[in-house]
Design a protein around this ligand. Sequence first.
Ligand SMILES: Nc1ncnc2c1ncn2[C@@H]1O[C@H](COP(=O)(O)OP(=O)(O)OP(=O)(O)O)[C@@H](O)[C@H]1O
Ligand SMILES: [Mg+2]
Length: 454
Amino acid sequence: MAAKILVVDDDMAMREMMALALSKEGYDLSTADTSAAAKEALSVGAYDLVVTDIYLGDGTGLDLLELSRRVQPGARVILVTAHGTVETAASAQRLGVFDYLAKPFEIKVLVERVRAALRAPAAAAAEVELGPESMIIGNDPAIVEVYNEVARVAPLPIPVLIRGETGTGKELIARALHRFSGHPEAPFVPLNCGAIPENLLESELFGHRKGAFTGADRDHRGAVEAAREGTLLLDEIGELPLGLQVKLLRFLQSGEVRPVGSDRTLEVPVRVIAATNRDLRAEVTAGRFREDFYYRLAAYEIVLPPLRERRSDIPALVEHFRRRHQERLDLPELQPASSEVLIALEAHPWPGNVRELEHVVQRSIVDSGSLADVQRVRALLEAGAEEPEAGRSAPGVGDDLTLKELEKLHIEATLRRCAGNRTRAAEILGIERKSLYRKAERLGIALDPEEDES
Ligand SMILES: Nc1ncnc2c1ncn2[C@@H]1O[C@H](COP(=O)(O)OP(=O)(O)OP(=O)(O)O)[C@@H](O)[C@H]1O
Ligand SMILES: [Mg+2]
């Protein structure tokens, strides 16, 4: 029986050309022009091989790869992209991609690679759960470059620093790095360095032994140990006090931690990813961030573009959030955004980036049950602009605030952005819901019970 091949590319000429060449070789060909169509095809039919472009209009080939590994563990994948380099080829194979083809390529090369892929034994299946929250939307060249960087660096055991304004998707990219690390089943542990009081940070990071300090009534495993064999995300790394920077640097150098109150060190293999919305180089110059720690963390640096520099992705993002919130709120099918609304959204400066866009879409759906009411959308955009927090790339930078005041401002702003939804706010803050309650109480933040919609 002829081998079954699925060709996925949003570029029609490219797709047809590949399909034609491969059918001539006698293969049984199917095609898909979007990630959604490809997912549909993968969930109903069995394929021996998937040839997919790395970025598609409504998703990425990387997401598709993940789905294919889950639902069709027997299928090999050949990833096609216009931005190929030799290193990407090597890491794509480590990601479980069978082969990697850089555009432009000759038909005869495609045919050879397909033949080789079909002869090879299938890769082992990886157990990966993929929800809509983990989808990365966009095909603007600025974000596609980021996908390529993710593919390149994810399998390497080096620290990665992710830099970008608030709401640009730093955590999303950190999770993608983890998913493509080769150990997607290992723990992913985010720790928000800015939301934890300084005196607790060390024990939150490295753990403590019973009796190490007042209130330490049992042994506690820190975030580093919780992330053993997996990924530790040090979020808001720019907020980390200098003293802890030294301790973390020591950990990065030795791979060992010493829990507070313990006289022994433990070896803990962990991939460290750090994220920040600050310019860490400037922080180094200002003496607020250690240079040696910076260089260690920034072994590889990924810079996320602000939304205003990738406006062409706005329609796809709006559509993605419309579907997501419609599903989440269990609403009947909503009309896609009207062109008037899209024009208004495309003109906005988006200081709060993708998160602000998501918030506007969600509010518009909740308030007016649609994305067609341009007056409502304009009002939301203006209200957002008046909120000083939404316009800041780094809350509190340059202001004379104590860490505690900053923490309070940030929690309040996050709660507002989440329309009082505490589960979501806690998720964004990188803490447990319980800790959010404790912090709110300690910092004097009123939580209105009616507003909780989770
Ligand atoms: N390219 C994208 N596609 C789909 N959703 C996205 C994208 N970028 C960001 N988001 C969504 O926007 C929200 C904010 O993203 P995320 O939390 O990763 O941002 P961040 O850079 O960590 O922000 P902060 O600096 O405020 O912590 C999340 O709900 C995330 O899922
Ligand atoms: Mg974040």
